[in-house]
Design a protein around this ligand. Structure first.
Ligand SMILES: [Zn+2]
Length: 203
């Protein structure tokens, strides 16, 4: 199933920074959006512009979802899922296939970002893939980014938080502070703002 992914607009980048409470960078696309259009997940280049390899290609940013997933983690779901992987060969095979999909998606993001291969993280994905479950945020972000049917434990994570968040729901109005100053340390953006304040339309 093709997933509609779009390059981030300046507004998206501001929203991501507000959602996370820190400046974002090296975001290549927005692979999943709320029904209202706000980003749910950021796809980040596999090497940051400061040179550091970044394996978490799909980063869950929406505070309602991250909080709900954190509650699942606190309830011991990662250990439970890892146990099931050891007991269920079919599930284990699907989890390994999801790992391969993660690497394929990262390669697509790398090419879209126009950067060189990142040998440091070659064949390493994230979240405990391919053998374990170490981070449900990674699995949920992956599931949202690529759609259902690719990562069974990611799909299950979303299903298990569906009381708190599901695709029919929009909690964006209260999930983060829309009036806060956008966190940014990026000089280019700072310069842009200074230029904007010189214009007649200073806010
Ligand atoms: Zn929304």
């Amino acid at each position: 199933m093709p997933v509609t992914s779009s390059a981030p607009t300046p507004e998206d980048l501001d929203t991501l920074s507000l959602q996370l409470g820190r400046p974002v960078r090296d975001v290549v696309e927005i692979p999943a959006r709320c029904r209202c259009g706000s980003p749910l997940v950021a796809a980040t280049a596999p090497r940051l512009s400061n040179g550091i390899p970044f394996p978490t290609t799909f980063y869950l940013t929406h505070p309602t979802i991250t909080a709900a997933v954190s509650r699942l983690e606190a309830a011991g779901v990662m250990a439970e899922m890892t146990r099931r992987l050891a007991e269920d060969p079919e599930l284990a095979a699907a989890h390994r296939a999801a790992h391969e999909n993660y690497l394929v998606e990262r390669e697509r993001i790398r090419q879209r970002a126009g950067i060189d291969p990142v040998p440091e993280i070659e064949s390493i994905s994230a979240g405990g893939y391919p053998e374990r479950v170490k981070c449900l945020h990674v699995l949920a972000g992956h599931a949202l980014a690529v759609g259902p049917g690719i990562t069974p434990l990611g799909d299950e994570t979303l299903e298990r938080i569906s009381q708190d968040w599901n695709p029919q729901m929009c909690t964006c109005g209260t999930a983060w502070d829309h009036e806060a100053e956008v966190p940014t340390k990026d000089l280019s953006r700072h310069v842009r703002r200074l230029k904007n304040s010189d214009s007649k339309e200073s806010q």
